[in-house]
Design a protein around this ligand. Structure first.
Ligand code: F6R
Length: 620
């Protein structure tokens, strides 16, 4: 994961680096650091903790330069300490670098380098790259090369990357080679922004926004040299490349908290609007179907699809499960939902007409990207349901559907989930209308969808009730989340939300399945959150609920307004509006978002920046 930023030009670099690191903090917030070349000396400032800590460090210990690199870390190898923070210095201080990715052969390399006398200060895999780079630079110098030339530094980095197994985005500076940054990538993204006599660098485009619109996305095995003389890009095998300059699509980053205390709460409240945005311009009432601008695939081909694979991670995978139910119900296309981390290494049989959809908020999740690339390599059309415009997955997919949910900053995904479910509903309607779904059925769905933003506004009114209930349940350590059919993925999602931000243990299960084992966990100390709206199998879920009550398990029920029967069974009830079964996830997920939010607050947790997590998981 980790965020990388860099700059060479004429500005005072520290301000740009710090601002960039703040924008990249969603990729990790275990530590932050920068390095600059100041009067031909490498100066490093780094601190465990948030970028804010680094900022305070820089206030008391400032640097002055117009060339520098920076890093915000999500720890993979070694704890979140000052020593393990990037940038890392190599050798005798000849080089300094930041790294994003994972070096799989770092132990072997470390042993070899220690044998050569290199002294390690950290437990990271990244420090290995720094010493290896210094080693190759020293070797070049022994061969008579000049350490102050770009060519020598490039050669050293090229030799270094050839020894690395794993993934990397590396940005390095060299003590002797003033005014030059050299970067390389394999598997971890790097974006170069081109300004007037200046270059900007980021592990994604967010640090570049507002500085330049001309960008180059570095490809795997490319190395870029950025200096006051210009930019060169060299591919490891095919030599010099002419850069393909693209225009950065800038989205307005509404990252202001407004009156809200946390981004998570703000984003929960944004859902009427984000769901509306996901539908805007996509409902075709005349044809009783949905329409999409960017699928880039002709209807003939879509008609031939005989199987859909939805692949994603985490919350997006839960949205995929809802999508499976929707696509099979409305379009009658067999649908599989695959964890991207599994799919990338599996080799499931896929028919010629299998269509692959990746679902991702960030568009940067490493496993999702790798799974998509693997399917694309096999020749399947790959489409992305994605929120972040211009993200790696959005760029590499053959086509797709944007969520238009706006920036999601809270680490726990909320509005992206409901937007993903909304888009999947539209997709099921669209593919359904190409097949078995009649015009009246399509029209009915459209009318129901149009009412959803208002229904979500009404659902948000459960907030106060959930807050009260949270006070009674915040001390419990274990929860079960139970639902059936469309509400089974919601149960999984509710349990994930609670785990990730409150650190209470929670398991999501299909409500009937809990009899096959998990019911052994039920006692008066293990509450069950039952999602039991009216609908096709309401009585069945009620029976499951009674089974829990018979074993003294406390029950919080998410039920439909006007349901009086539930009050006699559950200990606490949260009421939500009554909607058709297929729309229930949009409604029932909302009280569960509030529940995790309030339980986390009451337990004193950092809701927007939970421990051990990052907004975007860019390592596998
Ligand atoms: C949980 C959460 C994660 C993400 C997962 C995939 O609240 O946010 O589980 O859903 O990391 O991320 P994206 O959707 O960006 O690919």
């Amino acid at each position: 994961m980790c965020g990388i930023v860099g700059y060479v030009g004429h500005r005072d670099v520290a301000g740009f680096l710090l601002e960039g690191l703040h924008r990249l903090e969603y990729r990790g917030y275990d530590s932050a650091g920068i390095a600059v070349l100041q009067n031909d000396e490498i100066k490093v400032r780094k601190k465990a903790g948030r970028v804010q800590e680094l900022s305070s460090e820089l206030d008391s210990n400032p640097v002055q330069s117009s060339i520098g690199i920076g890093h915000t870390r999500w720890a993979t190898h070694g704890e979140a300490t000052n020593e393990n923070s990037h940038p890392h210095i190599g050798g005798n201080g000849e080089v300094v670098l930041v790294h994003n990715g994972v070096i799989e052969n770092y132990i072997d390399l470390r042993n070899q380098l220690q044998g050569l006398g290199f002294v390690f200060k950290s437990q990271t895999d990244s420090e290995v790259i720094a010493h290896l780079l210094a080693h190759h630079l020293q070797e070049q110098v022994k061969l008579g090369e000049d350490a102050s030339t770009k060519e020598t530094c490039l050669k050293a980095l090229e030799l270094t990357t050839r020894k690395l197994n794993g993934t990397y985005g590396i940005v390095a500076m060299f003590k002797e080679c003033s005014n030059t940054i050299i970067c390389a990538r394999a598997g971890s993204p790097l974006v170069i922004g081109i300004g007037k006599d200046e270059y900007f660098l980021g592990s994604d485009s967010s640090p570049l926004i507002g500085y330049t619109e001309d960008v180059v996305y570095l490809s795997d095995y490319e190395i870029a040299i950025l200096s006051s003389d210009g930019m060169e890009i060299i591919h490891r095998d095919s030599g010099h490349q002419s850069p393909s300059i693209q225009t950065l699509k800038q989205v307005s980053a509404d990252s202001d908290l407004g009156d809200f205390e946390h981004y998570m709460l703000k984003e929960i409240y944004e859902q009427p609007q984000s769901i509306e945005n996901a539908m805007r311009g996509r409902l075709d009432e005349d044809e009783a179907t949905a329409k999409f601008g960017g699928l880039n695939i002709d209807p003939q081909q879509l008609r031939k699809i005989d199987r859909i694979v939805l692949t994603a991670c985490g919350t997006s995978w839960h949205a995929g499960l809802v999508g499976e139910y929707l696509l099979e119900e409305f379009a009658r296309i067999p649908t599989e939902v695959e964890y991207a981390s599994e799919l990338r290494y599996r080799n499931p049989p896929m028919t010629d007409n299998t269509m692959v959809f990746t679902i991702t908020q960030s568009g940067e999740t490493a496993d999702t990207l790798a799974a998509m690339r693997e399917c694309k390599r096999k020749g399947h059309p790959t489409l992305a349901i994605c929120n972040v415009v211009g993200s790696t997955i959005a760029r590499e997919a053959d086509g797709g559907i944007y969520l238009h949910a706006g920036p999601e900053i809270g680490v726990a995904s909320t509005k992206a989930f409901t937007s993903q479910v909304t888009v999947l509903t539209l997709l099921a309607l669209y593919l359904g209308r190409m097949r078995h779904l009649s015009q009246p059925a399509g029209s009915r769905i459209i009318q129901q969808l149009k009412e959803i933003p208002d229904i979500i506004r009404k659902t948000l009114k459960c907030h106060e009730a959930v807050k009260d209930i949270s006070e009674r349940y915040c001390h419990y350590e274990n929860f079960l989340y139970l639902g059936r059919l469309y509400n089974f993925p919601v149960a999984l999602e509710g349990a994930l939300k609670l785990k990730e931000i409150s650190y209470s243990h929670a398991e999501g299960y299909p409500a009937a399945e809990m009899k096959q084992g998990p019911i052994a966990l039920v006692d008066e100390k293990t509450p069950s959150v039952f999602i039991v709206p009216r609908g096709n199998i309401y009585p069945k879920v009620l029976s499951n609920l009674e089974e829990i009550k018979a074993r003294k398990g406390p029950v919080i029920a998410i039920a439909c307004e006007g349901d009086t029967r539930i009050e006699q069974l559950a200990d606490d009830v949260i009421y939500v509006p009554d909607v058709e079964d297929y729309l229930q996830p949009l409604v029932t997920s909302i009280p569960l978002q509030f529940l995790s939010y309030h339980i986390a607050l009451l337990r004193g947790c950092n809701v927007d920046r939970p421990r051990n997590l990052a907004k975007s998981v860019t390592v596998e």
